[in-house]
Design a protein around this ligand. Structure first.
Ligand code: GDP
Ligand code: MN
Length: 377
């Protein structure tokens, strides 16, 4: 899934006739000051971190400035910092507007109904997850006729809009649905959609493009998505590898066993930090590559939980032992293994020769790795 930054999302909004404030994206504090001095962005202005995570308003990543110097200082404070683990490389400067009301509208794919869904709420400006269900109006949209007039009118009513504001919403929703449809989006969200005088203005833009439609949209191919650098390398090597917040590495095979392993670690008070699904490989080299990638994530301890099938126990064991020999001493970590199934005895023998014992019991092995990660083993 390709997530667009707010700035890029708003470029799309302009293309589809959705009103947005005047703004410019810059990558340095000097540029921030310059665009304000040249009046490309009028004062007072808003300075916003261009990151893919939300909650910037609450987290200090949306600031206001009323002089060129303040714009520069705000940009300097935000640029180069990290917001929830994401490095801020760009800021968006926009004219600050006087908000009368903050609303919410979005189109998303409802995968259960297999239809687009329009959500509208008069409780905008806060995360939609925190809004009471009863205060969100939901309409499933039949994609063949597309968004029709009465659906737009119902949304206006749900938002408490009438007169010129309702007319404004009507045009805006038509444009937003067209964007959702033509760009193969899986989500387009405006939060807040602000009432400014007698007009509506999209103050924020969240747009994600469906991966499966990427062949129709080469223009999105160069956009960085939210993968970490290691996840990016893994993707190129076709290794299923995901980084989380904890400190325990998990190597398992098959999505089911991998997820169950994460759950078991959590159950015993552990915090999975990265997991790697070997899937159905039977190539020791591939196992070695995957293991070295895991080492780069610097886990405190690693849990190898394999059920041998297509991926045989001895294949995993020999790939692992080969890779372990090449990890520098300073980067080693305790490893707890549990390998069962196809060629189990051979696998266990290979591990034992390298000084690793396989713990057959799931609880015992999970507890051992949690203790190792906490340094209490
Ligand atoms: P998010 O917190 O990451 O979703 O970032 P938003 O783009 O939604 O901005 C957060 C909040 O900043 C909004 O809900 C507004 O209350 C406020 N904000 C953003 N732009 C303006 C503006 O032009 N004028 C005013 N008064 N507030 C703004
Ligand atoms: Mn927002």
């Amino acid at each position: 899934m390709v997530k667009l930054t707010e700035g890029r999302g708003k470029e799309l909004f302009r293309k589809y006739g959705i009103p947005v404030p005047n703004g410019v994206t810059v990558a340095s504090a000097e540029e921030a000051e310059a665009v304000v001095r040249s009046a490309k962005v009028p004062l007072p202005c808003v300075v916003k971190a261009q990151v893919l995570v939300g909650g910037r308003g609450k987290g200090g990543a949306v600031r206001f400035a009323s002089t060129p110097e303040e714009a520069r200082a705000a940009a300097a404070a935000i640029l180069g910092s990290e917001f929830q683990g994401e490095k801020v490389r760009e800021v968006l400067l926009e004219e600050k507007v006087a908000i009368a009301r903050e609303l919410y509208v979005s189109f998303a794919l409802d995968r259960t109904a297999r239809l687009p869904m329009l959500m509208a709420s008069a409780k905008g400006g806060v995360e939609i997850e925190s809004v009471d269900d009863a205060q969100i109006d939901r309409q499933l949209i039949d994609p063949f006729p597309g968004l029709v007039a009465y659906e737009r009118r119902r949304a206006a009513k749900a938002l408490g809009l009438s007169g010129p504001l309702a007319a404004d919403l009507d045009r805006l929703l038509a444009g937003l649905y067209r964007l959702f449809d033509r760009e193969d989006a899986e989500l387009v969200e405006i939060n807040p959609l602000a009432v400014v005088g007698e007009k509506l203005l999209a103050l924020d833009a969240k747009v994600s493009i469906e991966d499966d439609a990427s062949f129709r949209h080469p223009e999105y191919a160069t956009i960085r998505d939210d993968r970490t650098p290691l996840e990016e390398i893994a993707r190129e090597k076709e290794i299923a590898f995901v980084q989380l917040d904890g400190n325990i590495g998990v190597i398992a095979n098959g999505a089911g066993l991998t997820m169950a392993t994460l759950d078991v670690l959590k159950e015993f008070g552990g915090a999975p930090g990265v997991f790697l699904d070997l899937g159905g490989t039977d190539d020791p080299k591939k196992v070695s590559e995957a293991f070295l990638l895991m080492a780069k994530a610097k886990p405190r301890a690693v849990f190898l939980n394999i059920f041998g099938g297509v991926t045989k126990c001895d294949t995993v064991a020999s790939g692992l032992v080969a890779a372990m020999g090449t990890v520098p001493a300073s980067e080693r970590f305790p490893l707890v293994a549990r390998i069962r199934g196809n060629n189990e005895a051979e696998g266990i023998a290979i591990l034992r020769a390298a000084g690793i014992t396989s713990v057959p019991d799931l609880r015992a092995s999970a507890q051992a790795v949690v203790a190792a990660a906490k340094g209490t083993a």
